[in-house]
Design a protein around this ligand. Sequence first.
Ligand SMILES: *Cc1c(COP(=O)(O)O)cnc(C)c1O
Length: 756
Amino acid sequence: MQTEQETASHTASHAANNAISHTPERALPETLQALNALRWNYWWTWAADGAAVFRDLDPEAWEMCEHNPHRMLRAVPDLRLLQMATDPHYIARVKHLDENFNDYINPKRTWASANKKLAKQISAARPVAYFCAEYGIHNSLPLYSGGLGMLAGDHLKSASDTGLPLVGIGLLYRYGYFRQRLARNGWQEEYYGDVPPEDLPIRLVRDERGAPVRITVEIRGRAVYAQAWLAHIGRVPLYLLDTNIEANSEVDRWITGHLYGGDREVRVVQELMLGVGGVRLLRELNIAPHVYHLNEGHSAFLTLELAREKIANQGMDFANAREEVKKSCVFTTHTPVAAGNDEFAPELIDGCLGETYWHALGLTRDEFLGLGRVKANDESEAFGMTPLAIRLCRSTNGVSRKHGEVSRGLWREMWSEAEIKSTDEIPITSVTNGVHASTWVAPLMRDLFEKHVGKNWAETINDERKWKKGVARISDAELWNAHSLLKQRLVSFVRHRSYHARVERGEATEYAEAARTMFDPKALTIGFARRVAAYKRWGLLLTDPERLHRLLTDAGRPVQFVFAGKAHPQDFGAKTILQQVAQWKTDSKVRQRAVFLEDYDQDIARHLVQGVDVWLNVPKRPLEASGTSGQKVGMNGGLNLSVLDGWWIEGYDADNGWAVGAHPHHTGVEDGGQISEVEQHIENFAVDREDADDAESFYRLLEEAVIPCYYEERDAHGIPAKWLKMMRRSIETLAPAFNSDRMVQEYAERIYIAGK
Ligand SMILES: *Cc1c(COP(=O)(O)O)cnc(C)c1O
């Protein structure tokens, strides 16, 4: 356990370590003792052989416990435990993992420690405080819904890898995000899991005397209390606020019940807890951040708490406090879709915040509400978290170059003509998203990178020349064989999941049994997994059913599709689309080649991005802020077939994938007014000329480029030479540009450091 204590780079962690003696732990045989320490740090989720060491202890218990080592170590039977504890090969693997962990936790040098300019401002004593409403660390910690959470998880992991001092702040949702299953008629049903804190590798944060640290936030006219839990993400601490304590009224206990689960009021209340409660927690823990990073607008109330502190403690007026707050806050916006930008009716703000908040800031009600409006004086506007964040942060950025441009148009009206003459001058920049390579690259592929690029392949990724040279050393056969095996694994996974889902749903035996032989490990396999939101245009694939049918059932050159994704519980249109996809089960040929996997999560995502040949993405331009799943695919050698929007505009180079439809330049959608038209249109599920063109382009590319490239030009060993060249190009070009180490380094150097 001492290694764990050494991770305590912040005063706060001392408190947490006091909790160790309170945690009942199963006594493990001496040879496996290290597993007890390893499970307390999510580092194992991206370490080489990390997940496999836990899985191999007892594969059955591993599946049953949903890949949660904490639960599994309790569940594994004594006999199995002792068998493994006396297996020299397994003992050596545990030992090796433990040694790697100790090296990782106590590094001699990191990217950040070697960066003097950075170290002057950001240090363990003055870290970055990263605020987000969701975190996608691993599927066993269900505190995420989708892309935003995954990005936050990858940000924390890369901060850890690069040695950037950073603490994460979030909420511990007892029931997580809704889970999905389809009824027999294809209609989506939602349910919730229950993950009690004792089942997670998190510890209650305690003070020196061992009492739980508690913060108070006034919400709906009464004091609401929260305790905090600490999770270790490598070297990065993640603090999770939790209102489920007895001191709270029954209603307030469930503030941290469900992620995006309740009505608008629950949202305001959760966001107060995250923003205001988060700052108060940092104070309790004696953490003095150099900068506060608002990852999406959900946490924007934190800026008002910082202003209140300055007014109360330093006697400033609001105008001065606001200027001071601005110096230490930065904001990342994630969506060009109004629905994704949180807005609250003024009455709701009144009801949840009451007068207390604006009084404390020395503002009138109207001045306060003005902070959340695009035009501060326009009383018809709702209170938006994005305008609030833009106003009170010194820096705002979008998540791809295109999204930066779109955001400048979208929020242009926040600045007067006198302040800004053209949209280009709007002070909104961009940092393009990236993904955490060690999390997303398949172990088999990782092995090739280790062998040919070097042990430190993950750090080398950012060195484009070295990376390229290393990747060139992987032989065609090695690359193709690794990919083919990963695809076989995906096919087995699809069969396994589908079979069990069908049995559980009570489907006809013949249909359930058909799952055992569906899919062909040799066929061209296309993945399409994303939220079923209108702008993702699931319907685009269904526009020409006959043409699609021909592609799926072609005996000589078959194509197969894996789908996954959740529809918003209240989105009738999206649920109808899902039902259409599910209806394919009535066609005995199609159902062997097209499948929908229920309950999209990180586990499904890993199988998909590591095993598909092609990743399809056809969002309505310019509504895909970035997208990251295609980046995960690229690192694994899969090829992107995507509309040029979000990150793919920057990633696509004609030799590493395909572009569906027109090039995005000169679409004229930079203007905010036109974007709302695009949105409105798409929300009505209307099909316009551009949709039809993109659909045609998609089918044509598939028929004339993708399928021939995959099936023709095979060499003597059955390897498609041209395809393989593209795979190589995809790995070479996309991994260096779209990994989250690059992203975090860019945030550190361009956004977190103030005054160049
Ligand atoms: C990567 C990932 C996402 C993000 O997907 P995009 O649609 O590309 O933004 C969402 N959900 C899961 C489970 C992921 O792994």
